[in-house]
Design a protein around this ligand. Structure first.
Ligand code: ADP
Ligand code: MG
Length: 238
């Protein structure tokens, strides 16, 4: 289902090599966190996987299929943006239904998926509201709901909680972890927050200047950081 393999994926912008050739395998159902300082290439890597940027060279496989040249809509992935990207004039129900409408799903199937997503995200009572009538956390849930109804092979999150205040962030972190348990779908989650990485990840990918410093479980990275950079980022004693 959601196994994603990057094989020597490289990205340049003009003369600048933002991602030197990089290999990475994400197993089906894994919760993988990309962590690293601002500007290290986390968003670029996620956008390459999503197909929102073209690779300069290398290959991306999704479920063993070569997806390198597939447009975003054909990759079977769903991206959740930090800015929510909701349509302000549409109700929550219509916002969530939008990708299914685009895909031409039958109305009864749309309704079934909306009900299920609303239930999973505690949005049942808010389906007829507009985004402007919702809190930040509720808006974030709508954005996730819009991803869920596509039944993607993987969810891609780019710092989804950075617009929320600290208290709400803790709650949403738990909700996303719960959702991952319930759906058992691959999730790739970008953050520069080591607490999010340590508490949510099955596997953490520590990035620095576009390359991978270390990959491992939170415990592995904490107990055996490869170098001072990783130790500093993970917060382990060194
Ligand atoms: P992060 O998400 O880790 O903060 P980004 O992936 O956004 O980092 O950026 C990585 C590097 O690539 C930065 O140096 C950034 O300036 C550069 N970059 C990102 N997108 C573009 C672009 N469209 N054109 C030129 N440079 C870019
Ligand atoms: Mg970014």
């Amino acid at each position: 289902m959601g196994r994603i393999t990057l094989d020597k994926v490289r990205k340049t912008f003009g003369d600048v090599e933002v991602i030197p050739p990089l290999d990475l395998t994400i197993e089906d159902g894994e919760f993988v966190v990309f962590v690293g300082p601002s500007g290290c290439g986390k968003s670029t890597l996620l956008r390459l996987i999503a197909g929102l940027e073209d690779v300069t060279s290398g290959q991306i496989r999704i479920d063993r299929q070569d997806a390198t040249d597939l447009p975003p809509a054909k990759r079977g992935l769903a991206m959740v943006f930090q800015s929510y990207a909701l349509y302000p004039h549409m109700s929550v129900r219509k916002n969530i239904a939008f990708p299914m409408k685009m895909a031409g799903l039958p109305q009864d199937e749309q309704d079934r998926r909306i009900e299920a997503a609303a239930k999973a995200l505690n949005l049942t009572d808010y389906l007829d509201r507009k985004p402007g009538q919702l809190s930040g956390g509720q808006r974030q849930r709508v954005a996730i709901g819009r991803a869920i109804v596509r039944e993607p092979a993987a969810f891609l999150f780019d710092e989804p909680l950075s617009n929320l205040d600290a208290a709400l962030r803790v709650g949403m972190r738990l909700e996303i972890s719960e959702l991952h348990k319930r759906l058992a779908t691959t999730m790739i989650y970008v953050t520069h927050d080591q607490v999010e990485a340590m508490t949510m990840a099955d596997k953490i990918v520590v990035l620095r200047a576009g390359h991978i410093e270390q990959v491992g479980s939170p415990l592995e990275l904490y107990n055996r950081p490869r170098n001072v950079f990783v130790a500093g980022f993970i917060g382990s004693p060194k």
